[in-house]
Design a protein around this ligand. Structure first.
Ligand code: RTP
Ligand code: MG
Length: 142
C-alpha cells in the first residue's frame, strides 16, 4: 500500500460541458478521497508554471489559450497509488485513442480538449500541488 496525493485539473472543457460531477464521481467511486477542491480561472503565468515542461513545444500556444479559456476545477485526490490510478482513469492523452471506460475514452474526442489533467509522477505531483494549493501538505497525513 502506497498512500499518495495527486493533483488533478478538470479543464475548462469539462466545466463548459457540465461534466464536473460526472468526472468527480468517477474518482470518488474508484475509492479516491477528495482532499482539496477549488474552481478558478488560470491566467497565462499560472498556465506557464503548470505546463513548464511543455512551454517550448509547438502545441503549447493553443494549449495555453485553451487552459486559460475559462474556469477549471483543481483538486487534490488521495489514495493507494493515487498518481497511477488517476492516470489510468483519465486514459490516453488523445481522446480519439483513449480506452473506452476511461474518462477521455468515454467523454473526449480531442487531443487537446481532453477534460482532465493528472500528475505523471510523485515529483510532478509535489510540484503541481505547491502551485495550485500552496500550504497543503503534499504527503498524506497517515
Ligand atoms: P495532462 O498533462 O493534461 O494530464 O495530459 P498528458 O500527461 O496525458 O499529456 P501531456 O503530454 O502532458 O500533454 C499535456 C496536455 O497538452 C495537450 N496536448 N496537445 N499535440 C497536441 O496538440 C497536444 N499534445 C498534448 C493536451 O491537453 C494534454 O493533456
Ligand atoms: Mg502531462
Amino acid at each position: 500500500m502506497s498512500n499518495e496525493r495527486t493533483l488533478v485539473l478538470i479543464k475548462p472543457d469539462g466545466v463548459r460541458r457540465g461534466l464536473v460531477g460526472e468526472i468527480l464521481s468517477r474518482y470518488e467511486r474508484k475509492g479516491l478521497s477528495l482532499v482539496a477542491l477549488e474552481q478558478r480561472t488560470a491566467d497565462g503565468d499560472l498556465a506557464d508554471e503548470h505546463y513548464a515542461e511543455h512551454v517550448e513545444k509547438d502545441f503549447y500556444p493553443p494549449l495555453r489559450a485553451f487552459i486559460t479559456s475559462g474556469p477549471l476545477v483543481a483538486l487534490v485526490l488521495e489514495g493507494d497509488s493515487a498518481i497511477e490510478v488517476v492516470r489510468l482513469l483519465n486514459g490516453r492523452t488523445d481522446g480519439r485513442k483513449a480506452e473506452a471506460g476511461s474518462i477521455r475514452g468515454d467523454l473526449a474526442l480531442s487531443n487537446r480538449e481532453n477534460l482532465v489533467h493528472g500528475s505523471d509522477s510523485a515529483e510532478s505531483a509535489a510540484r503541481e500541488m505547491a502551485i495550485w494549493f500552496p500550504g497543503l501538505d503534499p504527503q498524506p497525513t497517515a
